[in-house]
Design a protein around this ligand. Structure first.
Ligand SMILES: *Cc1c(COP(=O)(O)O)cnc(C)c1O
Length: 395
C-alpha cells in the first residue's frame, strides 16, 4: 500500500470495514465502546491495541481512518486528527515546549497562529524570536542550543511568501530543534514536507481537505513516537479531538482533493496570467508566476505548483479594494479558502484587522490587497468577472 500513488492512497488509504463490509466509510457516531467483560476493560486500559478504542476523545474508528489516510499520503508514520486547524497548531506547539524553552518563528503568520506564539507561549515562559521566514540567514542567526521548535507557514497568508522547508530544517536540526510546518497554503497535494525535512506537519482540514466549506477540522502529522507520545497525550487530555462526523466529511474530502486542488491551481495560474499587468493592479502575487520572489524555490519545493490562492494589490487603497469586492459577481466575500466556491477577502479589514499599521506594512498587507481563493468555477467566467471588477475598482 505504501507503493500506491497519491490518488490511490486518497481513495483507499486507512479504510477499515465493519462486519457489514460497507463500501463507503462508516460513520461511527459513538463516544464509547463496550468491553466483553471486566477483564477486557482492564486489559484495554493497560494497553490499547491498534484496532481497539476506549473513548472518542482518545480515538474512534472513523477518525482513525482519516488519520491513517492523511499520514499515508504525506509519507509519515502517523497522524492525530483535531477539532480545528488551531487545535492542531496549539497541540503541536504545546506538546513540544515547556517554560524556559526557545522557539523561532516566521513572522508572516495567520492571526491565530501569531496569537499562540506571541501571547500564549510567552505567557507560559517560552521565549519566541520572530524572523523573516524567507531569509535563511535570519533563521541561522536566531537559533540557539535551547531552541526546541522552528515554526512557519510554508506559504504565508496572505502575501504568499514561500519558505524553504529543507533549508530551515537543516538549520533547525543542527541545534536539535524540531520543525513544525503549517502547510495549509501549500496543500497536501503539492507539498512533500516530510521528505524535505519537516518533523511535524499541521493542516487546517477546514480548508482544502474538506474543500466544500462544511466543517472545521485539523490534523497533526509526524512520527509514531511523537504522535502517539507527547502529541496524543496533550490532545486527549485537553479535549481538542475531531468529531467522527467531521472526520467522515474529511475522509470524503480526501477522495477528491487531488482533482480539486489541481483544477483550482490551474485556474489560479490562468487568472494570475490574465490579470497581471492590468492597469488597476500594483502587484499580482501568485507563486506559480515567473516573477514571484521565490520562483526557483516553488519549482524545487512544490514542483512548480503555485497553489489555489492568489493575491491582488489594487491601486487606490481600501476604497478601490472595496469597489473591486463589491463588483465581483461570482466569488463570494468571505474568509475561508480552499473552497469549491471562489472566495475574496480584504485582509487589512478582516483577517488581519487587529495588526498595527506598522505590522501590516512590514508584512506587505497593504490597504488595496485582496486575497483570492480560487474555486472550481469555469476559469474563463472567473477571468471575465475579475477583469470587470478591476475596471470597476478605478471608477
Ligand atoms: C485557517 C488556517 C488555520 C486555522 O484553521 P481552523 O481550521 O480555522 O482552526 C491555521 N493556519 C492557517 C495557515 C490557516 O489558513
Amino acid at each position: 500500500m505504501s507503493d500506491w500513488k497519491a490518488r490511490t492512497k486518497l481513495v483507499h488509504g486507512g479504510i477499515r470495514r465493519s462486519q457489514y463490509n460497507e463500501v463507503s466509510e462508516g460513520i461511527f457516531l459513538t463516544q464509547g465502546f463496550v468491553y466483553d467483560n471486566a477483564e477486557a476493560a482492564e486489559a484495554r486500559f493497560i494497553e490499547t491495541g491498534p484496532d481497539e478504542f476506549i473513548y472518542a476523545r482518545y480515538g474512534n474508528p472513523t477518525v482513525s481512518m482519516f488519520e491513517q489516510r492523511i499520514a499515508m499520503l504525506e509519507g509519515a508514520e502517523d497522524a492525530f486528527a483535531t477539532a480545528s486547524g488551531m487545535a492542531a497548531v496549539n497541540g503541536a506547539l504545546m506538546s513540544l515546549v515547556q517554560a524556559g524553552d526557545h522557539v523561532v518563528s516566521a513572522k508572516a503568520l495567520f492571526g491565530s497562529c501569531l496569537h499562540i506564539l506571541e501571547n500564549i507561549l510567552m505567557k507560559f515562559g517560552v521565549e519566541v524570536t520572530f524572523v523573516d521566514g524567507t531569509n535563511l540567514d535570519e533563521w541561522r542567526a536566531a537559533v540557539r542550543p535551547d531552541t526546541k521548535v522552528c515554526f512557519f507557514e510554508s506559504m504565508s497568508n496572505p502575501t504568499l511568501e514561500v519558505i524553504d522547508v529543507a533549508g530551515v530544517s537543516e538549520i533547525a536540526h543542527a541545534v536539535g530543534a524540531k520543525v513544525v510546518v503549517d502547510n495549509v497554503f501549500s496543500t497536501p497535494v503539492f507539498s512533500k514536507a516530510v521528505e524535505q525535512g519537516a518533523d511535524v506537519i499541521v493542516y487546517s482540514a477546514t480548508k482544502h481537505i474538506d474543500g466544500q466549506g462544511r466543517a472545521l477540522g485539523g490534523v497533526v502529522i509526524g512520527t509514531k513516537e511523537y504522535i502517539r507520545g507527547p502529541l496524543e497525550t496533550y490532545m486527549k487530555h485537553t479535549g481538542g479531538s475531531l468529531s467522527p462526523f467531521n472526520a467522515w466529511i474529511m475522509l470524503k474530502g480526501l477522495e477528491t482533493i487531488d482533482l480539486r486542488v489541481r483544477a483550482q491551481a490551474e485556474t489560479a495560474l490562468k487568472i494570475a496570467e490574465a490579470v497581471s499587468g492590468h492597469g488597476a493592479l500594483l502587484r499580482t502575487i501568485y507563486p506559480g508566476l515567473k516573477d514571484h520572489a521565490q520562483h526557483a524555490l516553488v519549482q524545487s519545493q512544490l514542483a512548480g505548483n503555485g497553489g489555489t490562492v492568489l493575491s491582488l494589490d489594487v491601486k487606490g487603497g481600501k476604497e478601490a479594494a472595496f469597489k473591486f469586492l463589491n463588483a465581483l459577481t461570482i466569488p463570494v466575500i468571505s474568509n475561508n479558502l480552499g473552497d469549491a466556491k471562489s472566495i475574496a477577502t480584504h485582509p487589512a479589514t478582516t483577517t488581519h484587522q487587529r495588526l498595527s499599521d506598522a505590522q501590516k506594512t512590514d508584512l506587505g498587507i497593504s490597504p488595496g490587497l485582496i486575497r483570492f481563493s480560487v474555486g472550481l468555477e469555469d476559469a474563463d467566467d472567473l477571468i471575465d468577472d475579475v477583469q470587470q471588477a478591476l475596471d470597476a475598482s478605478q471608477k
